[in-house]
Design a protein around this ligand. Sequence first.
Ligand SMILES: *Cc1c(COP(=O)(O)O)cnc(C)c1O
Length: 428
Amino acid sequence: MSDYRIDTKCVQAGYTPGNGEPRQVPIVQSTTFKYATSEAMGKLFDLEATGYFYSRLQNPTNDYVAAKIAELEGGSAAMLTSSGQAAIFMALFNICESGGHIVSSSSIYGGTYNLLSVTMAKMDIDVTFVSPDCTEEELDAAFRDNTKLVYGETIANPALTVLDIEKFAEAAHSHGVPLIVDNTFPTPVNCRPIEWGADIVVHSTTKYMDGHGAAVGGAIVDSGKFDWMAHAEKFPGLCTPDDSYHGIVYAEKFGIGGAYITKCTVQLMRDLGCIQSPQNAYLLNLGLESLHVRMLRHVENGQAVAEYLQKHPKVAYVNYSGLPDSPYYERAQKYLPNGGCGVVSFELKGGRSAAELFMKNLKLASIVTHVADARTCCLNPASSTHRQLNEEQLIAAGVPAGLVRMSCGLEDKRDLIADLEQALAAIE
Ligand SMILES: *Cc1c(COP(=O)(O)O)cnc(C)c1O
């Protein structure tokens, strides 16, 4: 499949049926798998043979879909998790344990911010946040001897900043650590971070990949390019014996392309069990089959809505990297030449009350805590996700009270704009 274009991979990669086998990805709804002898089973437990034994670690349906995502991102291996948050935690914890340190862009999803600054802090893992627009010197100064990885989001949710992937990858590599990128918003259809130097890619598949608001899920993809053994002192988990498998060394036994995902599966998934259900993996695959077609329309609608709002007298400003006067326009032209995603945010001049009135009057766009769905939806962070902040804190967080985040779906853009027009007219 690797020679085919990305649109073809969206439809066909990952699963190739043999004679007489189902054309559609089969849902293997089984917790367990049968073996003829305990010796055969024992080989699986010793990682001497590959195969399935228990769906808490691995399941064939998940693996078909993970293989498709690996192909889409241009990676060597991938795995599915029960949510995007589970993917991010496992991707980080797989190489950064107690005593470790992470350099992260400050412009990231709120849930990830909490994971890093509150929950992983309790595990004695430190984080230094840097602006996605920091200078090379500022980025360099954030590293410590115990730094294990660099983290950022291609297009950040909700700030919509665009990451300079090459700059962050170079800084990471010069310090002997990998760059992990959350590529949820552009999806591999619009950006493939591995091509720009990222080493590991994570996804909330809940968003555009699923695309229909049907199933929560996540994915981790390894580029297979980071040489763990060359930095063995930093990554003992991959480069020294694992006592829970009779002392195997992942980086030796599974090589540069397999060590990271194998360890994450057989060690972290075994112990934490946050696996995606095969039913959800099946739904995710249905979404992936049309991802390339849908992303075109999400971008078309996002661009049209952003251009319309920018000209409207009741709108203070619009954040969308496809607008030529966006501070991220040039970076987006480089990393996202076909457009980024369908999420737009904007501030209404009338503040919180205007945002509330505007949203109440929308007929097509529904108010939900979700983005990247087939149906257009919107959210006022000040009265929902960022409700605990006062007015000054809201401004400091870049989410003033009148900010609305709108996720443009797959409807006709003329109907979306007409809906915006009548809702904006309702504001005094
Ligand atoms: C939603 C989201 C997550 C979290 O994913 P869940 O599937 O909700 O756990 C992580 N990163 C980004 C960029 C997201 O938009």
